[in-house]
Design a protein around this ligand. Sequence first.
Ligand SMILES: *Cc1c(COP(=O)(O)O)cnc(C)c1O
Length: 453
Amino acid sequence: MSDKKFLSKEWYNIMADLPEPPAPALHPLNHTPLTPNDLAALFPMACIEQEVSTERYIPIPEEVQEIYALWRPTPLRRARRLEKALDTPAHIYYKYEGASPVGSHKPNTAVPQAYYNKIEGINRLTTETGAGQWGSALAMAGAFLDIDVQVYMVKASYDLKPGRRLVMQSFGARCTPSPSNETASGRAILAQDPDSPGSLGIAISEAVELAMQDPETKYSLGSVLNHVLIHQSVIGEEALQQMEEHGAYPDVVIGCVGGGSNFGGIAFPFLGERLRENKQTRFVAVEPAACPKITKGAYTYDYGDTAKLTPMMKMHTLGHSFVPPAIHAGGLRYHGMAPLVSLATELGLVEARAYPQLSCFDAALQFTRTEGIIPAPETSHAIRAAIDEALDAKEKGEERVILFNFSGHGFLDLTSYQAYLGGELQNYDYPESKVAEALRDLPFLDKAAIPVG
Ligand SMILES: *Cc1c(COP(=O)(O)O)cnc(C)c1O
């Protein structure tokens, strides 16, 4: 395979090139800066070191490279048929992360996380999953690296979306609907409400609790953290080489944002070049209008979970108690944004945009009917922005080069398309009063900044 030459042997770390360092993470109880020891119960040392590393390039361990080679490099394609349908002078390129065995970018970090745990003697990983994309990726990594994987899956999705649960079980992972009676946090919720549908916040609490109790068990997170964004940089590192092969360089790089990992993955290697070489590339992070953390949230310290067990991070947030409406892009329903993406946005290096779900499904089907792939509902947000950029270029008569990350395919999300095609989907308004309510809980927020709701 000729494009094996694009396989990257190093990850890129934006912390080496940002004009200022990210604010330190804080201990959830005493609000002082975290020490590596505080994190050692949850994460392997290698990941903790990457979390604060300022090395520009970090070598990808050979065993991880070998596993990556099962699906990497992923294709970088030009969407010529879509360009033609839009009658635009713009060139649209996309990086197809749907090519991974589980259909999304998430194994790019699941594999190295499982690897680092394995070499540090850990034999069990716990995690949470909403729609199941992250759980599937970690289940696969566990099967490859011989680590038991315990996934707490939000009960509402467990019942409604058996597809990804079966993927996890096929890889040999244990998948439990959350809240469960296996943990104190789960039992406390069930005592109050035996029929609780669960939430990501509750599932995180269950997974973290197990990891804290057992020295041979650690916890794994699929987005948000600096080490996760480092692992995902393999997307952008390949894309740099592949764009060069096409004889092109992007004017704008686009990704959808849930916790920010696939966006950071494709954007940061290009952002590093902009910072080092004074390029003019623009970067667009696309979020759902129903969960608009960057465009409508506060930039302040918040917890990663509802139960306030995780460290506090300075990020764009809608408040850890905010429960977003049940949009179909389940992977974008997180209340916070990766601290590194938040900082880059505050520094004016990244633009954020929010779209309602109907216009995203519309863009997704335009892509399907020209390029042939059915995108995940999350990915449809990036496609909407790419199409809007192409239409804007057409209006201005510009030959703009657009690159977006195709974070995953939608073959296990067809019921969302059923709802869309059946006319059952609706847009949700920005839940302003609920956001205001959730923001009131935050310890360091200037309360005058809260919208009146
Ligand atoms: C999880 C997921 C996302 C959102 O997560 P990020 O960390 O923001 O990348 C986007 N697309 C797909 C297909 C996903 O599975």
